[in-house]
Design a protein around this ligand. Structure first.
Ligand code: IMP
Ligand code: MG
Length: 179
């Protein structure tokens, strides 16, 4: 993938350290309470796997898949459920685990949808929050990294389904979008 990449914004080691810190916060906040992690496919696969293994708190995991945009790089605001939860979340403490909050449109829709199911609580954990997300009224409890508003790939994040398996987060060279 060498010359497709422009620069690395967050290294593998920085991600590892941050996951450990976030997990410690979550362990403390949910002590003595039930916890259900809800990962948003496919981008959150990496952070779910790493964060969950850093948690000492016992937790269940479930997954949702939603689509907000296809192969492009801007959000349409139109959200569709591609895969719903297997779990009834009534009276559960739900922690939504996300890779990135960009416009925040997808997540504010998702949180509204989850709240309508009567959970005890719904909180959000995201590995990356972009500047733009600050404009949307979303209460994000756990944030890995605040990054500028650039399109990023790696650690679950894709461009047209590529680059998800990079162990770090970076930006793509302009020629990749140009093709
Ligand atoms: P939002 O609705 O704009 O907050 O973003 C919705 C989804 O778009 C995210 O959950 C990601 O799957 C994807 N996305 C947003 N920004 C990026 C990016 O920089 N790289 C890769 N995917 C992104
Ligand atoms: Mg996502």
């Amino acid at each position: 993938m060498g010359d497709d990449l422009e620069k690395i914004l967050v290294t593998e080691e920085q991600i590892r350290v941050r996951n450990r810190e976030l997990a410690a916060e979550i362990d403390a906040d949910y002590a003595g309470r039930d916890l259900l992690l809800v990962g948003v496919l496919k981008g959150a696969v990496m952070v779910m796997a790493d964060l969950a293994r850093e948690l000492r708190h016992p937790c269940a995991m479930d997954w949702m898949a939603v689509s907000s945009y296809g192969a492009g790089t801007t959000s349409s605001g139109v959200v569709r459920i591609l895969k719903d939860l297997d779990t009834d979340i009534k009276d559960r403490n739900v922690l939504v685990v996300e890779d990135v909050i960009d416009s925040g449109l997808t997540l504010s829709w998702l949180v509204g949808n989850l709240r309508s199911r009567g959970p005890a609580s719904v909180e959000i954990c995201t590995m990356v929050r972009k500047e733009l997300a600050l404009e949307v009224d979303l209460n994000v409890r756990y944030i890995g990294f605040d990054l500028p508003n650039e399109f990023i790939v790696g650690y679950g994040l894709d461009y047209a389904e590529k680059y998800r398996n990079l162990p770090f987060i970076g930006t793509l060279a302009p020629h990749v979008y140009g093709s």
